[in-house]
Ligand binder design. Structure first.
Ligand code: FAD
Length: 453
């Protein structure tokens, strides 16, 4: 079959990997000049790698790791110490380290040793979070009507642990606050955290997600005969009389005919392209239930090291929620002699929540970030800032607010030759690289089953 895929983020690339493997003729169309979507990385005029966002691979990302192995990138990421590290004012750090025991004892004993939680926090968490540890998919779904803060308080867990521990997790996962995010994804994460020892390990790409993951994926698809087109923006579909797709039309007017079409566009893009005729069907109308989370990524190059932490860090009450010194975590990029780096720290910081920041000028945002960096990293107060960059994404992953999960569409659409992939489609992960990889795997499998079984 000839299959046209639109959007070359992790979802589109995963769909393409699956379909070239099954012997189909695959054409992948991407509107930008670079592949990778929210994971894309490019070099600026100084030769520095600019990331759309700091990206971490979790131990639980089975599908993504399988693709990384397949495309020869299985050694391109490095596991870090199994710990949550919170940067506190004046250089102090707090830790939540898993004990070297099977789950859930690893988490219970590790939690009891966390110095930033009070005894009451710990006892209220063990009692309050038990339903999440014992719960199944049906229970998690039944909790989707309330926010995580509501769920946490209903369970009698302490307010201090909500602000100190879980707020950072909500911001890291979906770039929104615990009083906005649905309880469902949070308690699903607790289940993983509390029952699968390795699921919450963090890994960083050796270079950056572009060179270490997206480029090997591109090479693999092309080596199997797949064709990839950049600067190729999907504009609209022309339909047959039965409302199936006759052809896809790119912005430059080029028409593409295929046996099947896969959208791996973000939900806010595909909903603008869905033909009016299809809106009779709730499957397509429901795409309008999704709203993107604003987020920004800031990179700062310093003339000296301001931290020695080789891991992801979290922090509270700062413009940034999660961050790392990528000159330490990513040993094959951001090193002395590469672009602006001179052996000093290169901080990559995810700014969230970002709804207030997104319309501010970059210079103002950078000042706010630097003020917080000085607060958390005393060594930075005497350091010289060599360079700063900001990438803003006004609509990134969909906001996992209460009652939206039920609208996540299946990869098979009611239109016979049209399929959806993308992190927002129905798979058991929240919007993430793993969710995008799973969506691509499911879209390809369902497409193949519909036409070739
Ligand atoms: C700052 C930040 C940090 C993150 N950190 C992590 C992390 O640590 N771990 C993790 O697992 N996830 C993380 N994520 C989430 C993860 O990046 C996304 O969930 C995932 O990459 C989405 O993949 P996707 O293929 O579904 O969508 P996208 O990456 O959005 O890909 C869609 C593609 O479609 C293209 N496109 C759009 N319109 C058209 C059109 N009309 N025609 C052709 N092409 C089009 C886009 O250019 C893009 O390339 C982070 C996201 C951000 C923004």
């Amino acid at each position: 079959m000839k299959i046209a895929i639109f959007g070359a983020g992790v979802a589109g690339l995963s769909t393409a990997i699956e379909l070239v493997e099954r012997g189909h003729t695959v054409e992948l169309y991407e509107k930008r000049k670079i592949l990778g979507g929210k994971v894309s990385v490019w070099k600026d005029g100084d030769g520095d790698s600019i990331e759309s966002g700091l990206h971490i691979v979790f131990g639980g990302y089975k599908q993504l790791q399988q693709y990384l192995d397949k495309v020869g990138a299985g050694d391109n990421y490095l596991w870090k110490e199994h710990a949550l590290i919170y940067a506190e004012p004046d250089g102090k750090q707090s830790f939540f380290k898993k004990a070297n025991l099977p789950s859930p004892w690893a988490e219970v004993i590790g939690g009891m040793q966390a110095d930033f939680l009070t005894l009451w926090d710990k006892l209220s968490l063990i009692k309050g979070l038990y339903p999440a540890l014992a719960g199944n998919e049906e229970y998690f779904r039944s909790q989707d009507h309330m926010t995580y803060s509501e769920w946490h308080r209903l369970r009698g867990a302490s307010e201090h642990s909500l602000q100190k521990l879980w707020r950072a997790i909500a911001l890291a996962m979906n770039f929104i606050e615990p009083n906005v995010i649905s309880a469902r994804p949070m308690i699903t994460i607790f289940k993983y955290f509390g029952t699968e020892y390795a699921a919450t390990k963090f890994a960083f790409f050796r270079k950056n997600p572009g060179d270490s993951m997206i480029e090997p994926m591109r090479q693999y698809i092309q080596s199997k005969g797949g064709k990839i087109f950049i600067d190729a923006k999907l504009n609209r579909f022309e339909l047959n009389s039965d409302e199936t797709i006759k052809c896809a039309v790119l912005q430059d007017g080029h028409k593409i005919e295929a046996d099947a079409y896969v959208s791996a566009l973000p939900v806010h893009n595909i909903k603008k392209i869905v033909p009016e005729e299809w809106l009779n069907n709730a499957y397509f109308r429901n795409l309008h239930e999704f709203v993107g989370s604003p987020v920004a990524n800031c990179q700062l190059w310093f003339d000296r090291k301001i931290t020695s932490t080789d891991n992801l860090m979290f922090s509270q009450g700062t413009t940034f929620a999660t961050f790392a010194d990528v000159s330490i975590t990513c040993p094959d990029d951001f090193q002395q002699g590469m672009g602006t780096a001179n052996g000093g720290s290169v901080m990559s910081l995810v700014l969230a929540p970002a709804h207030q920041l997104i319309d501010m000028p970059n210079e103002v945002i950078t000042k706010l970030v630097i003020k917080d960096i000085h607060d958390r990293f005393p060594l930075s107060r005497d350091a010289k800032l060599l360079k700063s960059t900001i990438v803003k994404i006004p609509q990134s992953v969909y906001k996992a607010v209460p009652d939206v999960d039920k609208f996540r569409p299946d990869q098979i659409s009611p239109v016979k030759n049209f399929f959806l992939a993308g992190d927002y489609t129905d798979q058991h992960y929240l919007a993430s690289m793993e969710g995008a990889a799973l969506s691509g795997q499911q879209a390809a499998e369902k497409l193949h089953a519909r036409f070739c079984a």
